[in-house]
Design a binder for this molecule. Sequence first.
Ligand code: CMC
Length: 493
Amino acid sequence: MGKPLDAPLGTNTLSVRDNRTGKTYSIPIVDNSISATDFKALSAPRAPSEREENETEKGLRVADKGFLNTAVLRSEITFIDGDAGVLRYRGYPIEQLALHSNHLETAYLLIYGSLPTKSQFQLWHDEIMHHSVIHADAEQFFRSFRYDAHPMAILTSALSYLGSYYSEANPSLQGQNLFTKGDKTSLATMDKQIIRLIGKATTLAAMAYRVRQGREFVTPPTGLSYAGSFLYQMDHLGQENYVPNPVLEKALDVLFLLHADHEMNASSTSVLQVGSSLVDPYSAVAAGCASLYGPLHGGANEAVIRMLISIGKPENVPAFLEAVKKREKVLSGFGHRVYKTSDPRSFIVRKTADEVFKITGKDELLETAMALHDAAMKDNYFISRKLAPNVDFWSGLIYRAMGFPNDFFPVLFAVPRVVGWLAHWRQMMLQTGGVKIWRPRQIYVGAGKRDYVPLEDRVAVEEPKKTPSVVEHSGISKRTTLASFKGQTRAKL
Ligand code: CMC
């Protein structure tokens, strides 16, 4: 720090002159990145007019609302080149994996770093399938949801609920270094939770499905693939020798593989943020699931279908796009923080859709989807903003053709993404230097220090965003509003 500005050209450093003080700093560049903490050394005396909350004397802060250009860790798991439309898991192009691998093999690759041998895969597969059964009491948990509960709400809760069974996997009970020691016992404890979570993800998801259908739950079968077992658990109604359709099983497996990881997306970041407090992995994964639920992330596949239904037919596409351009609507399934061209997964999803449509028949919304896709790809609004289809644009159409209800689509995203969440969680637990709690800073722009005002001296603040809204009391009937009763505190609603 504080080195001269004329550092030799060609060195991996950044020279920064702080014009407030005239001091020059030399900041190392490592792997084409600079450390935000290096900027903390750039402090200056606070000008008399400046707010004390800026903490100018304590060093410069780095602001990045929405993490537009902040690398939160070093990772060996997934690489995306958003301009070229490249996605690689541990170096392997997604196209090759989709063609030759399967979801559980890819899961091994993502979590442990290399493709398993035949015997390694067999053991991994068997362990995961063996750990798919959950405690019988869980049935009551699933039955406790209201009939119309969103399956993502059920799954998120179920993942957290699952953790309550494993006190031996809880750092709050067993010691905070339970997963960070890196010794044989610690690794075995960690891997057991990983196997359990992947094994039981399909079971929990299938239970969330069946509870909505009013069906009995199904014990995970033996002898089926991961995707096959999932289909069986959702669909088996007691028929003898029930075997899911192999084309649908394969398609679901490919979709699982494509959704298994996507580097620092919102849900993986949530898992790491929550996991950084060293909470148990079930709680961390539940947080990831909650994040995935949102319509800007995993909920987009459900939003795409709702959007297509609202458009109705190809003739209505131009009017819809005009509304998008006026910012009255959003084109769900388009755009991505990292991809500035088509998401490579969207091509594979499109191809998989054709395989599925061959046996299910085409979805009636396909024509509208294609018309929307083609029109958006030719429209300057989308071209100039580099907005192209993402994985969610086509995936919902396959899920629909397979007969899944719309609100189940994000669940079909969450189940495979458990793998990516765990790969990132494991990597963080074992990273050199241990786990650092994720505790970002803020730029405080609120009120400066002020003294408490006695009740009688206060002036009412009336601005809508600065006072509580008047809320409707749900479930109150007209009859109740017209009734009188002791303790009634409000005028008629
Ligand atoms: N429809 C219309 N305009 C859009 C869209 C869209 N889908 N996406 C981005 N834009 C516009 C945005 O309004 C902005 O315009 P301007 O520069 O004039 O203000 C510009 O394009 C840049 O977009 P941004 O909002 O700054 O981009 P972001 O990186 O913050 O957001 C995104 C990325 C995925 C949240 C966003 O593109 C979006 O909301 N897409 C629709 C939801 C969706 O499909 N999500 C799934 C993402 S992929 C899978 C996953 O992660 O789950």
